[in-house]
Design a protein around this ligand. Structure first.
Ligand SMILES: Nc1ncnc2c1ncn2[C@@H]1O[C@H](COP(=O)(O)OP(=O)(O)O)[C@@H](O)[C@H]1O
Ligand SMILES: [Mg+2]
Length: 237
């Protein structure tokens, strides 16, 4: 089974926001958790941005593929641009972008590693397919598909402000996570520092003890040199 549940044209900047919003709504409707919804919508919007920026526009198609229990959400992004010239370098991570951060494609693949496929041809265009297996608890029947398609038809009615608010919320959550990681790192650093100090202290104690032992040894040796006379004396007594 392969059924298209939504399709969006990508012609203007606003369309990327629409695609992102739609991707999240679809992911939510299909039962993905919040974090997964964000992964899906972020990956899709990065590729949609490329469609607009480099492919002079195109479209995003959302489909449900496969049969229960092997059902997938597939997102296909197409354009009729110049094609991606340095695809191998980009995928290997050795590409340096002049137009952005150069992380859109590899970042999207990292976000959706289960299925990520690119077909590109010079002067013909590019087709990127992203896929995510549906949660095991979710079984999509034909009736569900109809409901989902109807729900999606109303998504454009939502206010764009709501979208910005949600995105800000996501950004804040990410920043919080980053801050938390930073604190963990600084704590680990502190621990490492303290461990180092402890080791240095141990070494210096050891050094001191070795020195003392050497001194005692010297004293003993010196005494030993005198001792035979004493012993001889003792023997005489
Ligand atoms: N649809 C596309 N058509 C043509 N070239 C593309 C397309 N998508 C990406 N590219 C090329 O691949 C490069 C890497 O894209 P990406 O990983 O999104 O990073 P960025 O957009 O930040 O440069 C871009 O700089 C661009 O040259
Ligand atoms: Mg990009």
């Amino acid at each position: 089974m392969s059924r298209t549940i939504a399709r969006v044209e990508i012609c203007y900047l606003q369309d990327i926001i629409e695609v992102r919003k739609l991707a999240r709504l679809i992911a939510e409707t299909l039962g993905f958790e919040k974090a997964e919804q964000t992964r899906i919508s972020t990956a899709v919007s990065e590729i949609a941005r490329n469609v607009l920026q480099y492919g002079q526009g195109g479209e995003a198609e959302f489909l449900i593929n496969g049969q229960v229990p092997e059902q997938w959400l597939a997102i296909i992004l197409r354009d009729r641009g110049q094609g991606i010239a340095n695809l191998n370098d980009i995928l290997e991570g050795s590409y340096s972008s002049q137009t952005g951060m150069g992380l859109g494609i590899v970042g999207s693949r990292r976000l959706l590693p289960e299925y990520f496929h690119i077909e590109t041809q010079a002067h013909q265009g590019t087709v990127v397919t992203l896929g995510r297996r549906l949660p095991l608890s979710v079984l999509i029947t034909q009736i569900d598909l109809k409901k989902i398609t109807e729900t999606l038809a109303t998504f454009r009615a939502q206010s764009p402000l709501e979208e910005i608010r949600t995105e800000n919320h996501e950004l804040l959550a990410t920043l919080k996570l980053l801050h938390q990681r930073e604190q963990e790192l600084s704590y680990a650093n502190q621990e490492l520092l303290e461990t180092n100090v402890g080791i240095i202290q141990l070494y210096s104690d050891l050094e001191l003890k070795t020195q003392r032992l050497e001194q005692i040894e010297q004293v003993l040796r010196a005494r030993n040199k005198v001792a035979p006379i004493v012993q001889t004396n003792n023997a005489l007594i």
